[in-house]
Design a protein around this ligand. Structure first.
Ligand code: GLC
Length: 379
């Protein structure tokens, strides 16, 4: 596991892909594999126009990435170029996949009824197996079989569909984000690598901003700030930290809701944020966290129920038995998200019998499985 430093996320594409190539080189060295030219599967968790199994044009960054010179370009080539620039190992990049797709594939390996993949982590997205006859964009439309569709549902709401649900906090989160939504997504033309100025117009990903881990903590911070400013919390005292964007980590939401009832965890977190809470303050903070995470779980559950019920309809079945592979920190680590989310999906898709399986390292293992198949088919 390597975490991507902030300057690589927000610098140039060259910096970002050089960092990725450096990590691969380091990993190969640690496994004593540097001399071998291995097939590589590249999980790239952003919206792309998939032109081939090893070709994807980045449409727009999400989740706070803004590296310039990547949007409009084939990210597999950006990786290949970075590997060439290093020159200390060779790799055959055979496939590029979204993390939802990799998750679905890795879970399908264990349970063949798995035909949906979902991530609720830093970002939020889902993919599913659609009837080929419904896929208008590719040749073979009208034929039998199924094809995986990456919905990129994080961008749902970008044309105004969620306006009835968005609150003042959501608008603030969007405006302050690195991928804000003043502009609607526009088609990006491929450009010469590394010369696109920053920032570019991008998809605000409004649905994702209501649900995913990148934004939940910030939503809670804005709620607390408002309550404190209205003297309903912390005796009206607002610390500098609480006023600082990004200071309320999403893991605090999990920890606060996971408090056993003695408020110890809640006190600790609020003290570290420079606040001096009363017992009632702690209870109110917990309620704010519950409000934000419950809303996220229900909105996310509504999205999945819509997809699954649509699959049932498209297959012309009265009942559908289906498995969903899920990954992501919010789903896995938040103490109550999962249960509320499952309940919402089952309530809203009553004609579907749904099994959820938690994926372990699915986005890496799925890409490896796809690459293994791709390189076998090519040879
Ligand atoms: C963002 C990306 C999407 C990815 C999701 C989860 O929504 O646009 O491609 O699947 O995050 O990582």
């Amino acid at each position: 596991m390597y975490s991507i430093p902030e300057d690589a996320m927000t610098g140039t594409a060259e910096m970002l892909f050089d960092f990725i190539a450096e990590c691969i080189s380091d990993f190969l060295a640690s496994q004593d594999l540097k001399h071998k030219k291995l097939p590589l599967g590249f999980t790239f968790s952003f919206p792309v126009r998939h032109e081939d199994i090893d070709k994807g044009i980045l449409l727009n960054w999400t989740k706070g990435f803004t590296a310039s010179g990547a949007e409009g370009n084939n990210v597999v080539d950006l990786l290949r170029d970075a590997i060439k620039r290093r020159g200390d190992f060779e790799m055959d990049v055979v496939a590029m996949v979204n993390d939802t797709v990799a998750t679905m594939v890795s879970c399908h390996y264990e349970d063949h009824r798995c035909e949906v993949g979902m991530i609720v982590g830093t970002g939020c997205n889902a993919c599913y197996m659609e009837e080929m006859s419904r896929v208008e964009l590719v040749e073979g439309e009208g034929e039998g079989g199924r094809m995986c569709v990456n919905t990129e549902w994080g961008a749902f709401g970008d044309s105004g569909e969620l306006e009835d649900f968005r609150l003042e906090y959501d608008r603030k989160v969007d405006e302050a984000s690195l991928n804000p939504g003043q502009q609607l997504p526009k088609p990006v033309k491929p450009t010469v690598p590394h010369c696109r100025p920053n920032p570019t117009p991008c998809s605000p990903h409004r649905y994702e901003k209501l649900i995913s881990g990148k934004y939940l903590g910030e939503q809670v911070r804005l709620v607390l700030l408002k309550l404190a400013n209205e003297k309903l919390l912390f005796g009206g005292e607002v610390s500098e930290q609480l006023q600082t964007r990004g200071s309320f980590d999403t893991c605090f939401v999990s920890q606060i809701e996971g408090d056993s009832g003695d408020r110890k965890q809640i006190y600790n977190i609020l003290w570290k944020l420079g606040l001096r809470p009363s017992a009632l303050d702690c209870d109110i903070v917990r309620l704010a966290c519950e409000g934000v995470s419950t809303r996220a779980a229900r909105l996310c559950g509504a999205g999945l129920a819509a997809i699954i019920d649509c699959m049932r309809e498209h297959r012309g079945q009265g009942e559908l038995e289906i498995t969903v592979g899920v990954d992501g920190s919010v789903y896995k680590l938040h103490p109550c998200f999962k249960d509320k989310f499952h309940k919402t999906v089952r309530d809203l898709a009553p004609r579907c019998d749904i099994t959820f399986i938690q994926s372990e390292e699915g986005s890496g293992r799925g890409a490896a499985l796809i690459s293994a198949v791709a390189s076998k088919m090519a040879s």
